[in-house]
Write a protein that binds this ligand. Sequence first.
Ligand code: PBG
Length: 326
Amino acid sequence: MVEEVRLHPSDLIAPLFVQDGDGPPHPVESMPGVARLGLDDLVEEARALARLGIRGIALFPVTPARLKDPSGSEALNPDALVLRAVRRLRAEVPSLVLFTDIALDPYTTHGHDGVLDASGTDVDNDATVEVLARMAVLHARAGVDFVAPSDMMDGRVGAIREALDDAGHSHAGILAYSAKFASAFYGPFRDAVGSAQAAGTRALDKRTYQLNPANRREALADALLDEAEGADALMVKPAGPYLDVLHALRSQTRQPLAAYQVSGEYAQIHAAARLGWLALRPARDESLLAIKRAGADWILTYFAKEMARDLAADPTLSRPNIPFQE
Ligand code: PBG
């Protein structure tokens, strides 16, 4: 009775990895319980999530190496894997809210989120923004509800809004990855989508466009710029290490606020549980509850399905929260 916040399945957005072809699910080694899914399995999984009361899914394509190039041109292929996935989901599981990532890292040989400038090492902000705007229009045309620019280029939200409106997609929303930090916690995700292999390192240096973990004020300023440029919802990412940013942003915007509990946050809970050093479910529940308490309306988490399943059995999560009891 005295609990101030509770988790609900509709708070959760499930990130899903999509692979080409009709092969079996391909597990992500560093993310127990997570696999890349072919289109048939993806539709099945989406149905199962919808039945559990989850309202949103975020799609991340795994691009075959042969389709990658330095400019990420596959991002503008109207028949790209992620667009085929969106069309099928739109038709077969229409109740789900679909989010797709707008960034070039699944498509570039160097693994960066944009095209590089003449130096060959830095991302070219404005050239990238032009590509992202065209990419967003393709995604809206395929039927996605929200495009989610995760690239952190300056000015991309405004450019995407204008491109969407000009193309007749004024109803398509923008979830801006507004406060996305240059984080060590993205490693397992880069394994999953192959951006680390392409680049030859999991420690891809994105510090010229992602935020400095030391900077809360800069994060808030960036987020408010995204709002001013027309973002319909704002995101903080990673979630757990940046609850102060989430909390501060909650009091400065009236837009819905999302937090992304990223691959490394998921992996560390699983790794400790495997070693018998943490109890999986209580650690999971606490990590998600803390993100909601800090101010998130939506939580992107790889725990979404399991969490929704456990909430269906016990919406108050009142099972004894005693470590090592599993
Ligand atoms: C890239 C992108 C990343 C994630 C989502 N979109 C990784 C990166 O910036 O290299 C990470 C998500 C996760 O770690 O779960 N546009």
